[in-house]
Design a protein around this ligand. Structure first.
Ligand SMILES: [Zn+2]
Length: 395
């Protein structure tokens, strides 16, 4: 990230200011001297960039600290008043919104439930109502909106910001970015819900502050099973952006039919719907997923059998992922996160039998710390990441 001879100067400046903002995100408060030491940039480069970022209001000075040698240095950190980020999660039967300041502190939030029969127009209306409310709130807080991050439960073309296919919402080719950039005059980032949630964990959750966790996989468990792969601190997207669809890894070619049209995908054996179906097959009783969890906690043997089987399937899939990606960490979010104390020990045992011993070294399989908020906070992280690490010009 340091300036190199021959590199376009404006590009180098952008990289260097991203480096400084990211170091402040991770290690603030820091003095100019501390920033130079951490980043390897020259003192004069640091001073020039810090002046620029101060003028943009993205950082602020918070007093002096005596350095070991020389004059006291003024400490700097990210400025909470540097702007507002809006996050919108569009899930099956709901839309959820959060407004945060520049250091991701929640200023306002709202959740709207939608009926089963809600069509695209109903989802768009609810989302736009929430965005309008968030914009009003940001005005009240005196925060300039920096952008809108959107996480959708489906396949997303992130360059165009279009939802290609969302089977559970019954959406195809919805140009959310174009629609909302025209309507709200702000930059809109649209991503798959699991990718957004992975960014949420990276910025704000289980993998926060780097802490040597630049390589991890977030598993979003619910009706389906999504994945967000973070590789070297960035979402791994693959050739045309659809990487991470881990729920459709084939676990058993002779297995149950999947929503995608194939058989035996991982999400046909791990998820809330399959748990409910297995329980009904076993006992003849029809219960909700929440009731199934309650019964598990109460010691119901049939419920334990269902989740034990599911945990083993979870472990088999994790073993495959670990062999391919060699992550430092696997984070379990979504519906199964609440019973990770019961499921993860079983999953870990199976995973250890099904992955290369070298890849298992020091790996952690842990529950999400953001819980149900991982996606909507991840949407906020999509906006903040653009300002902090990508430094593309925002409207
Ligand atoms: Zn499938």
């Amino acid at each position: 990230m340091k300036t190199q001879i021959g590199v376009d100067q404006s590009l180098a400046r952008k990289y260097n200011s991203a480096t400084i903002l990211d170091h402040l995100r991770l290690h603030a408060p820091l003095s100019r001297a501390g920033l130079a030491k951490y980043t390897g940039l020259s003192r004069s480069s640091v001073s020039r960039i810090v002046d620029q970022l101060l003028s943009e209001n993205l950082i602020h000075e918070i007093g002096a600290q005596q350095e070991k040698i020389g004059r006291p240095g003024t400490l700097i950190e990210l400025n909470p008043a540097g702007g507002a980020a809006i996050g919108i999660e569009i899930g099956v039967d709901f839309v959820s919104a959060i407004l945060t300041d520049f250091i991701a502190r929640i200023q306002w939030r709202k959740h709207i439930d939608l009926p089963d029969e809600a069509d695209l127009a109903a989802y768009l209306d609810a989302s736009e109502e929430l965005i309008n409310q968030a914009l009003l709130e940001s005005k009240t807080c005196g925060l300039q909106p920096l952008g809108i991050g959107v996480g959708v439960w489906g396949l997303v073309d992130i360059l165009k910001g279009e939802v290609r296919y969302a089977p559970n919402l019954n959406w195809r080719d919805v140009p959310l970015k174009r629609l909302w950039e025209n309507r709200f005059g702000l930059t809109v980032f649209v991503d798959n819900n699991a990718n957004a949630a992975a960014m949420g964990e990276y910025y704000l959750g289980s993998a926060k502050n780097g802490k040597d966790v630049d390589d991890f996989i977030f598993l979003s468990t619910g009706i389906g099973l999504g994945g967000g792969v973070i590789n070297a601190g960035q979402v791994f997207r693959g050739w045309n952006g659809f990487a991470g669809e881990v729920g459709h890894m084939t676990i058993d070619p002779e297995g149950a039919a999947c929503m995608c049209g194939k058989r035996g995908c991982w999400e046909t054996v791990v998820g809330s719907r399959v748990g409910v179906q297995d329980y009904q097959r076993l006992t003849g009783k029809e219960v909700s997923f929440e009731e199934l969890v309650t019964r598990l906690r109460a010691g119901d043997p049939a419920s334990l059998e269902v989740f034990t089987k599911m945990a083993r399937s979870l472990g088999i899939g994790i073993g495959n992922l670990v062999n391919v990606f060699n992550p430092r960490c696997i984070i379990i979010g979504g519906a199964l996160e609440q019973i990770s104390d019961i499921m993860l020990p079983i999953a870990k045992e199976t995973f250890q039998k099904n992955s290369l011993i070298q890849s298992q070294k020091d790996i952690r399989i842990i529950p999400s710390t953001l819980g149900a908020d991982s996606c909507v906070l991840g949407c906020v992280a999509l906006v903040l990441d653009e300002v902090i690490r990508q430094r593309t010009k925002l409207s």
